[in-house]
Structure formats: C-alpha cells, structure tokens
Design a binder for this molecule. Sequence first.
Ligand SMILES: [Zn+2]
Length: 97
Amino acid sequence: MKCPKCNGICFLMIAFPHNREKPYIPCIQCDGRGEVPEEMTQWMADGEILKDKRIAKRITLRNAARTFDGDFLETAMKLSSMERGVIKPDMAIYDNL
Ligand SMILES: [Zn+2]
C-alpha cells in the first residue's frame, strides 16, 4: 500500500535543512520506497500505544534503550523503529521499565 507518511512521494521535507538545495530526506517510514506493507497501519497504531506506555513512565527513549543488554545505539534505533511502526512493535518490550 501507499506510504501514509509521505503519501507515496518517497521524500519528506525538512523544516531547517543544512543544505538549502536539498531540503528533503528519504521518507523514514518507507525508507524512500513509497510503498509499505499492509500490516504497517497496525504497526503504526501499536507503536503509538508503545510510545505512550514509555512516556507514561516518564522515561526517554535513550534511557529506555540503556536498560536493555546489547549495543545501545542498535537498541535505541530498534525502539525508535517500533514506536514509529517501521517494524512490528513488541507490545511487551516496555513492561519491565
Ligand atoms: Zn514514505
């Protein structure tokens, strides 16, 4: 299905670009493909819920990532992708925060 974030255009405009000639980035939702899997609508809805769970616990994404074993940056990217619904969210991931 067409990417709901960029509407299939594949790019997102950025408000304050470093390079004025290129005020856009590849869409973070579809990775510049313009198409996303059908399930992504559900992932995005679940990701919002997951993000709300973390915010309700007053924990930043960085601090949440620090509580998991393994590479910090990798974990932070994974959590961020889940919250945006780019990958399927694990709804129990913040339960032990
Ligand atoms: Zn997109």
